[in-house]
Design a protein around this ligand. Structure first.
Ligand code: NAG
Length: 283
């Protein structure tokens, strides 16, 4: 009995230790921003077999936007210690070629006993949703204008607005699920504002809940969801595939990402970027 208890205790401790430290994740995300600003992926501490993809297409980093220097006017990152993952939103409005980019990265954890090895902290996967002119309501100037006015500050553990990982994820999932079934409830706060491409729903009345979505003409099932969750910032990003929007190919699940801020179980901010095949998805 004692032995079993000891084993269980050990395995729980190992689970806790297997996660990444916030400092490790912060350094990984900061190095990503530096690398993209310089167009120098070699500034990243990459695993030798690291994967790289843009808009759901695997490619060599040398072929990607990460190898092109960008003027980054604003960036925000969130850090998922349990999943050992980071998410970064880059707004490059004054770059000669403007972009808004969402990137999630996976980082190698310490081993099961919490010990670092040579691989700990290396970046094992990078995937980005890369939007520019012609993508859904793209306007990097507008994106920059609104994102820098928002408050995504730390929510302390004693703060009533602090949520669990599960609650943060559930709020974002409810928002996406409602696209398939308009009768489903979504925990939107007041105020709530959505930055969609470069358009801001909170422009006219910043104190109102302007996040409610009208029903789509067809149910939208946004699948292939990939999450990065940060309890400290009340934030989650959901990479997903968004069907129907691209008029030239409605069956295609277009690369899309929703960054959501949750406060006390209620959605405060949503940032959506979605890639199009044809200008403005042909709409
Ligand atoms: C982009 O956003 C900026 C700032 O909100 C606005 O002044 C500009 O007119 C927008 N451009 C387009 C093409 O909508």
């Amino acid at each position: 009995m004692m032995r079993l208890a000891a084993l269980l205790g050990l395995s729980l401790a190992s689970q806790a230790l297997a996660a990444c430290s916030r400092a490790t994740l912060q350094e990984a995300a900061a190095s990503y921003v530096r690398a993209q600003a310089a167009g120098k992926p070699e500034l990243l501490n990459l695993a030798s077999d690291a994967s790289y993809a843009e808009n759901d297409t695997p490619m060599a980093i040398a072929e990607g936007v990460l190898s092109q220097a960008l003027t980054i006017d604003f960036d925000r990152s969130i850090h998922d210690k349990a999943a050992c993952a980071t998410f970064t939103e880059l707004t490059a409005a004054t770059s000669p070629h403007p972009y808004v980019i969402h990137t999630r990265m996976l980082v190698a954890p310490a081993d099961g006993n919490g010990n670092s090895s040579s691989s700990t902290g290396t970046i094992t996967a990078i995937e980005s949703v890369v939007t520019d002119q012609g993508d859904w309501i793209f306007n990097a100037t507008g994106h920059l204008h609104w994102t820098r006015q928002e408050d995504w500050g730390v929510i302390e553990p004693a703060d009533a607005r602090r949520d669990t990982r599960e609650a943060i994820r559930a709020a974002a999932d409810a928002y996406l699920d409602q696209w398939a079934d308009p009768s489903l409830p979504v925990p939107l706060g007041t105020p709530c504002a959505r930055l969609e491409g470069g358009i801001y729903t909170g422009q006219r009345d910043p104190a109102a809940n302007t996040c409610r979505m009208p029903a789509f003409p067809v149910p939208i099932r946004a699948g292939n969801r990939r999450y990065v969750i940060d309890e400290e910032l009340g934030a989650v990003d959901v990479f997903n595939g968004f069907p129907w929007l691209e008029a030239s190919d409605p069956e295609a699940a277009m690369p899309s990402s929703n960054l959501v801020r949750v406060e006390g179980g209620l959605i405060r901010y949503i940032h959506e970027i979605t890639v199009c095949k044809t200008p403005m998805c042909g709409r």
